[in-house]
Design a protein around this ligand. Structure first.
Ligand SMILES: *[C@@H]1O[C@H](CO)[C@@H](O)[C@H](O)[C@H]1NC(C)=O
Ligand SMILES: *[C@@H]1O[C@H](CO)[C@@H](O)[C@H](O)[C@H]1NC(C)=O
Ligand SMILES: *[C@@H]1O[C@H](CO)[C@@H](O)[C@H](O)[C@H]1NC(C)=O
Ligand SMILES: *[C@@H]1O[C@H](CO)[C@@H](O)[C@H](O)[C@H]1NC(C)=O
Ligand SMILES: *[C@@H]1O[C@H](CO)[C@@H](O)[C@H](O)[C@H]1NC(C)=O
Ligand SMILES: *[C@@H]1O[C@H](CO)[C@@H](O)[C@H](O)[C@H]1NC(C)=O
Length: 269
């Protein structure tokens, strides 16, 4: 063991010296594990001076935007050719998503192990999601007994996504804001992007939906500001873990846009 360690250390030192010779002044020692920690530490410190946490996770997840635009729901709305059965199913699932996320914020607001500030933020986040579900439930005549019965089956994309949020939030309460940020941020970005295109297309049947659903980004900004404040004040966020959680949330969004209306059921319609 000792010998291997020393050998590895020697190899690393050699690589380090070679790298320095080849790229003077550049700190790219990523090929060498021994130096990776040190390197990523200073790399992160440097990053923190240039950007903030919310911007960092978004900037490093926008490679997923083309995939999100290309989903059944978003591209179907854009082209006006979304299967109406998919649309109906999707909207119902979305109303349940809002309903469950409101429930999760309520649970977090009452979670004794969570910091007071997290609980207060959770408490303030309940009403937005509650309004979203109540509006959709009213419109679609869905019974809501206030408990676990919604009158609509909860399909896998909603189950998986909300389970992911729930588990993330229980494991470490401040991460609830990361797990729910993809929804706020992507929604704002995509609906405004869609509006730019469909606003002049009065024959697109989904133009109405886009107009009703585009938002001004204030919810996303509120959440970003809170995460950035906690990050700089308390260092509550590990940036690389945060990025990986945020990318999982983005993938849940993409899965939702592709499958919440369960296209396979209606492919032949
Ligand atoms: C978009 O999705 C379709 C399948 O739904 C796939 O064939 C195509 O490669 C995708 N394009 C991009 C740019 O992701
Ligand atoms: C979240 O998870 C906890 C623990 O597994 C569970 O008791 C609770 O019902 C879940 N909440 C929701 C809204 O699914
Ligand atoms: C939770 O929010 C409601 C308003 O939505 C407020 O009336 C109540 O005081 C808040 N509770 C706590 C503990 O902050
Ligand atoms: C969506 O996000 C991308 C990447 O940050 C940005 O370039 C684009 O302007 C945004 N679009 C809208 C409408 O906000
Ligand atoms: C985070 O950075 C972005 C751009 O770098 C900026 O627009 C935003 O205002 C910053 N947020 C905070 C809370 O400083
Ligand atoms: C979609 O519908 C098909 C056919 O009814 C079903 O087998 C499949 O489990 C559904 N998938 C999801 C994600 O609900």
């Amino acid at each position: 063991m000792g010998k291997i360690c020393r050998t590895v250390a020697e190899v690393c030192t050699t690589i380090l010296m070679l790298e320095l010779l080849m790229h003077p002044g550049e700190g790219s020692f990523a090929s060498c594990d021994l130096y990776e920690n040190h390197n990523s530490f200073s790399h992160h410190r440097e990053l923190k001076q240039q950007t903030n946490f919310s911007q960092y996770i978004w900037d490093n997840a926008i490679d997923l935007l083309p995939q999100a635009r290309n989903t059944t729901f978003i591209s179907g709305v854009l082209h006006g050719d979304l299967n109406p059965n998919f649309y109906g199913d999707y909207v119902l699932q979305d109303s349940i998503y809002c309903r469950i996320v409101a429930q999760l914020w309520t649970e977090l607001a009452n979670y004794e192990a969570a910091d007071e500030e997290v609980r207060a933020y959770a408490n303030d986040s309940i009403s937005g999601f509650q309004d979203c579900s109540v509006q959709l439930f009213d419109r679609w005549s869905i019974k809501d007994d206030g408990e676990d019965s919604y009158g609509v089956l909860v399909e896998d994309p909603v189950k998986e996504y909300t389970t992911y949020i729930n588990e993330t939030m229980i494991a470490y309460p401040p991460n609830a804001l990361i797990a729910t940020y993809a929804c706020l941020k992507l929604w704002n970005n995509l609906t405004n992007e869609l509006w730019e295109i469909v606003k002049d297309e009065t024959s697109n049947p989904y133009r109405v939906w886009v107009n009703e659903n585009r938002d001004d980004g204030s919810s996303a900004r509120r959440q970003a500001t809170q995460m950035d404040e906690w990050d700089s004040k308390y260092q509550w966020y590990d940036w690389s873990e945060g990025l990986s959680l945020f990318r999982s949330a983005m993938m849940n969004e993409i899965n939702f846009f592709n499958h919440a209306g369960n296209s396979s059921k209606y492919l032949s319609v």
